[in-house]
Design a protein around this ligand. Structure first.
Ligand code: IPD
Ligand code: CA
Ligand code: CA
Length: 284
């Protein structure tokens, strides 16, 4: 395995083990709110520290954009690790066993490696640019689903920022009409990993952050899928609006979603003010 990927896997497993150790002590955790419906616990913070410690030991000169560390903007430096130590915090805090650790490595802004680890199922997803994506060492491929009939889609509700509800539910209504079902499982990183491994045929969500998406995007690209913003462009890391599926289904999803895109959605800022540096302790 690529040396950087090996280190990322080590970091993801260490964080995943830590998270699992806390699953039977959730009631005793200190939980704070970062904003509307946006919670953070000491487990998120400890898991992030664990990851950063492993990565920094191996790569002391690399930069970090980690959710709980709060760096602002997409860094353009040589190497940057983009980390979500616990994707699906709300699930975790409710004992709903669906969450993951997500770690990606960017080189000059391009995603080179991605690791998503589901510690409850002990499923490890990895991707290396140009070398494919795997689940437990098995090569991944997106589904061949060509039509909405029979398709299973994933999504995330815009529960933190409800300004785009009309646009979102317009998309939802149309996509619900002809598909076999739509799932909202509560971990965007796992949603993307599940598109890459064919458990979902497609996925869309408004307002994700780079750490929710980076590793999953590479998994899907390496599994033969398409990832764009809602209008077929490449601004998903900037706008947080992501649309992904196999190439045939992606065309259909984009045609359905595009008419609901508003100017406000198109020009969503990269990182919202609540993720600004000044609000965050423990920057890395
Ligand atoms: C959240 C999850 C969720 C998505 C949210 C994310 P978090 O991440 O990925 O599925 O709908 O937009 O913020 O806060 O649990 O790391
Ligand atoms: Ca997240
Ligand atoms: Ca998180």
């Amino acid at each position: 395995m690529d040396p950087m990927l090996t280190i990322a896997v080590r970091a993801a497993r260490a964080a995943g083990d830590l998270i699992v150790r806390y699953t039977d002590r959730i009631d005793s955790l200190t939980i704070s709110s970062k904003g509307r419906n946006d919670f953070v616990s000491e487990v998120d913070r400890q898991a992030e520290l664990e990851i950063v410690n492993v990565l920094r030991k191996a790569y002391p000169s690399h930069a970090f954009l980690a959710e709980e560390g709060g760096r602002h903007g997409l860094p353009k430096g040589e190497f940057t690790w983009v980390i979500d130590p616990l994707d699906g915090t709300t699930n975790f805090l409710h004992g709903f066993p669906h969450f993951a650790v997500s770690i990606a490595l960017l080189h000059k802004g391009r995603i080179e490696c991605g690791v998503i680890y589901d510690p409850m199922r002990q499923e490890l997803f990895t991707a290396k640019r140009g070398a494919g994506a795997t689940l437990q060492s098995r090569r991944l491929r997106v589904t061949p689903q060509k039509t909405f009939k029979g398709a299973l889609l994933g999504t995330g509700f815009p529960f933190k920022d409800q300004r785009h509800n009309d646009a979102y539910f317009g998309m939802f209504r149309e996509l619900m009409k002809d598909t076999a079902g739509i799932r909202r499982a509560g971990s965007a990183a796992l949603d993307l990993a599940w598109v890459a491994c064919g458990r979902l045929d497609g996925f869309w969500e408004i307002g994700l952050m780079p750490w929710d998406m980076a590793a999953g995007v590479l998994l899907i690209l390496e599994a033969g899928g398409i990832v764009t913003d809602f209008e077929g462009g490449d601004k998903f890391l900037e706008t947080g609006n992501i649309l992904t599926a196999n190439p045939r289904l992606h065309v259909l999803m984009e045609e359905t979603i595009r008419p609901h895109v508003t100017d406000a959605l198109r020009h969503r800022p990269l990182l919202s003010e609540k993720h600004d540096e000044k609000d965050r302790p423990g920057q890395q």
